[in-house]
Structure formats: C-alpha cells, structure tokens
Design a protein around this ligand. Sequence first.
Ligand code: M6R
Length: 614
Amino acid sequence: MCGIVGYIGNGNVYDILINGLKRLEYRGYDSAGIALVSESGDLNVYKTVGKVSNLENFCAGKNTDAKLGIAHTRWATHGEPCDNNAHPHFSEDGNLAIVHNGTIENYQLLKDALSEHGCKFYTETDTEVLVQLIEYIKNENKCELIDAVRSALKQVIGAYAIAVVEKNNPNQIIAARKSSPLVVGIGEDEVFLGSDGTPFVEYTKDVVYVKDEEIVIIRRGEPLKLVDFDNKESKVNVDRLQLSISQLEKGGYPHFMLKEIFEQPITLTDCIRGRVVNAGEHVMLNGVFSNIDKFKEVNRIIIVACGTSWHASLLGKSLIQDMCQIAVEVEYASEFRYSNPVITDKDIVIAVSQSGETADTLAAIQIARQKGAFVYGISNVVGSSIPRETDSGTYIHVGPEIGVASTKAFTGQVMVFTMLALSVAKIKNTLSDETIRTLVNWILKIPSLVTETLNLDDQIKRLSLIYTYARNFMYLGRGYSYPVALEGALKLKEISYIHAEGYPAAEMKHGPIALIDSEMPTVIIAPKDHLYEKIVSNVQQIKSRGGSIIAIVTKGDTVIKELADHVLEVPEVPECLTPIITSIPLQLLSYYIAVNRGKDVDMPRNLAKSVTVE
Ligand code: M6R
C-alpha cells in the first residue's frame, strides 16, 4: 500500500513525480503529496486529500521549481485520510521531509520517548515519528543525514520503504527499505525511485531492486551507493526492467479492468508460451523441471495466498490432488503465519501472489523456509519480493495488472496451476501420456475459447441493468466451480459494494438458504461436469423458494435453461479447465454492475492493489 516516487536529475522534477504518482495510484489513492528541493535549497511541500489529480490542482500556480523531489500516494494506516496526515511529513524544524510506505509498529514507544525530549507531533501518523527521530538523532549527534537515517532505522520495528530529503541540499536523496518494495531506476545523469518500475519506465530500463535493510545513497554526479545499517557497502546489481509503456495505458478501454478482462486470450497465450513441449505431448514448467526430486518425493503441498490468489490456490489444490495424488492444503497466508504450522523438509510450500509483495504471503514464506520447506512462488511481477524470497517458481506472465480487482492474474494463476499439476503428473507418472496429451491440446485451445466466451459481453451488459440495484447476491458452485463462486462474489463486492456471498452449493441447505427470497439473486456456476446432476437439485431448491437465478452453463444445456431466469452459455471444456472459462462472465457481470452504479471500478474505495501491510 502507498506508492513512493523520487527523482534527482536535470528533467522537470515536478512533472516526473506527478506522472510517477499517477502510475502508482493503484497502490493507494486517499491523499497525495510532493516535496521539492529547489536549486537554492528551499524545501516546498504540497499535499492534499484525494487523488493525484487533486494534488495537481492544488499545486497549480505554486512554485514547483526543483532540482530533486520525492512524492507519495497514500493508503491510510495511521490516521484518517486528510491533508494533515498526507505525506510527505516534516521534521519539527522543517529541515527534513519523508515519504513512507509501510507501518512502524513501535511508533508509539518512539513517540513517547521523543515527547519526553520535547518533540511535538502534528499528525496522527507513524511516519512523522520516524522523521522526527531522524531529526533528533541528526541534531543530537551533529551528524550527516545518512548516519541519522541508519541509526534511526536500527530502532524501528516494522515495514518501510522510505525516501528522505533535506532543506538546503538539492543534491541528495536517502532511501531505504525493509519488507516494502523499493526500486531504483538509473538513467544518464539522473536517478529515479519508485515502489515499482512503472513511474520511470519511459526513462530507463536499468533498475536496482533494493534489498531488505539496504539504504540507498543517491547523490548528484556520484554513482549510486548501497549500505547496510552498519554502513557496510554492498554491490550495486543492475537488472533490466521488463515493462513497456503501452502496458500501462488503457488502450481505448474506459477502465483498466475491462481492458484486462479482454486481454485474457493474449495473456493466457503468453502464460502458456514456451511451456508446451515435445510438439504438444506435454507441458513442463522450468521451476518444476529443475527440482524434479523435490516434487517426486514431496509428502504434502501447502499453498499460501490471500484474496483472489487464495481462490486460485483452491483450484490449484483440486488440480494437484486430482492429477498428482499429492495431499494439498490451502491456507490464508495471514492465518498460516500465526498458526504455528507443522511443516517438514518433505513439504513443499507454494506461495501465490500477483503482486509478489503481499506482506502476509511474504511472512508465510519466511516461516515455511525457517521450518525447512522447499518454497515455490507463483507470481506476476518480475523482480518483486516473492520470486526473490522463494527457492524456485513460475511467473504467470500476464503483464501489469492495474485494475485493483484481479482478473487476468486469476486466470493466469489457474493456468499455471494446471501446467504445474500436469508437469508433476508427468514426473510422478500419475496420469497416462494420452490423458496429458489430451489436456495439453485443450490448454492450447483455451485462449480462443476465452475469446468466444467474451462474446457474452453484450448479453451481460444488458443483464447487469436488471441487477444493478440488488442489495445482496449469492454465488454457488460445486467442485471446480466452488472457488469460481467465491471469486465471483469477491469481484462483485469489491467494485460494486454489493454484499455477495460465495458458497459451496450443497452447503446452502445448512443455513444460507434462509436468505433466499425474491430479493436475493443467485449466480450459479453449473457447467456440465460430474456434479451437474447435483447442482440441478440446488437450482430447484432456490427456484422453489422464489429466488431468481443467473446460471453459467455449458453451451447446449437444456435442463438448467428451463429452471433459471437467465443463462449465460460458455463453451464446453474438460472439467479441470472450466474455472478459466466460467470466471469470465462473472468478471464482466461485476464490472458492468459497478459501472451502472457509478463506482470507481479501477480504484474501489478502501482497497489497494498491493497489500504491503498486515
Ligand atoms: O498480489 P496478491 O495476489 O498477493 O494480492 C492478494 C489480494 O490482495 C488480491 O488478490 C485482492 O484480493 C484483489 N483485490 C482481488 O481482486
């Protein structure tokens, strides 16, 4: 959560920072601010509640001349979103300004100690405490900013990516990270900072991924320097940023979410590319292939994830159990990390995260590693923390996902799980070559079948008008369709703010059926699979209680068509591949309902794309 940007160079500092903030708005958008240091050493800070566009309006006509600057877009953790709590924060003497992504857990303790020394606080934030601490150390010890930052960070417990600038110094930015992402972009005579590479992708592709407990010293005209808290210098490793500017634009769509839904035939093709081998005989993921023994001998797989990635993980469980006969458990990363899990070195832990930065998932990885498990990551963002913290893994390769509601990342994750299960089945010989070949052929057809499914767009747009003002929704599915129901409900609630529950269809009769009446529409995911007959009974149970039904069915279905109020027909695929197809109409339905309700689809309230706090 929160996005930070920094720039030092000869370009237009203000424009670069504002554009950078707009790219990072997906990380938080309740307030934004900017600190600029001019050639003569003036430190100007402008900040305001709301989105970056508000900040731009606020800055109009103000002095924005600068030689360097830092900026922030906020997702509030300490203190309500308001002008005062917006970043950057000043030290008391006004000489330092800081931007921060993360949370300082021991801020109250530090605040009390500083108060005893006479420090006054003007905001409710944890961040202000850090900048006051840096100033206090600097003034007490009469030391350089870098030494004060090092010393302050030694006292801090928590997660942070920070950037600090000082008045009268238009030539230096000090930055640091622990458990929150920070990337440095190195251009010619200019250096950029970002929570990821998006703010500076058009300027440079040379990047340094800052490691935990590293401090970055950026000085005009000097090479970038990295030191640890004890001032020990480390090597600067320059990577290439795998991102293009066109991937960050809406490409004619009104929202990123709609663009990302429609991109899925391409993103699934990219996800599969290079992984189908031997002329379509089987698939092989490199991460599995280079760890054959681990997967052959594995006792149990535990998958950890959050949100949509957790739903994809439930499907991963079914895929791996069905194809590889390995016991699989799926845990919320946030629960797993505090559950004292029993893990041995015979277990594999798979961590799934689109962003690769989710704090709970990162913490779960650390615990799994401490307990000796082999940890495998499934992520989208190249160079993010999770791929770097895991022993091996697979990228889903679906390109940047900007809409806060995950769509193409979900189908990419499910596709990777399908390929992972087939790779392991090949190694363990748990599926016949014939079955593997048949499924691989289906995998290759999936992108065009997704295109066919997207043709439901118009029908769904019209359907959405009927349900725009529903106050509650039930989503039901069984087997492979149960996680799809959970995901459908999550999509609807997060962008339209309609209460929606996902349930295994057969569980309904144990309680939730009490909610069914004419006011409670049910979305039922009922493709032709081995549980089809069972779900027909569930449809009948809802109908006989006056509930209206939107059913996702296989093309040519006649039985549910008779019972349901509306049917959305999707192409027939093998059962294990149905989730990729059936989730598409649910994405569109939630999108159109949210648009009809006038909601900010790409930036829903209270949410952020990358959840880097607990
Ligand atoms: O980046 P991650 O996959 O680790 O993120 C996990 C969740 O925060 C994320 O999936 C969230 O639930 C999405 N907003 C869902 O659309």
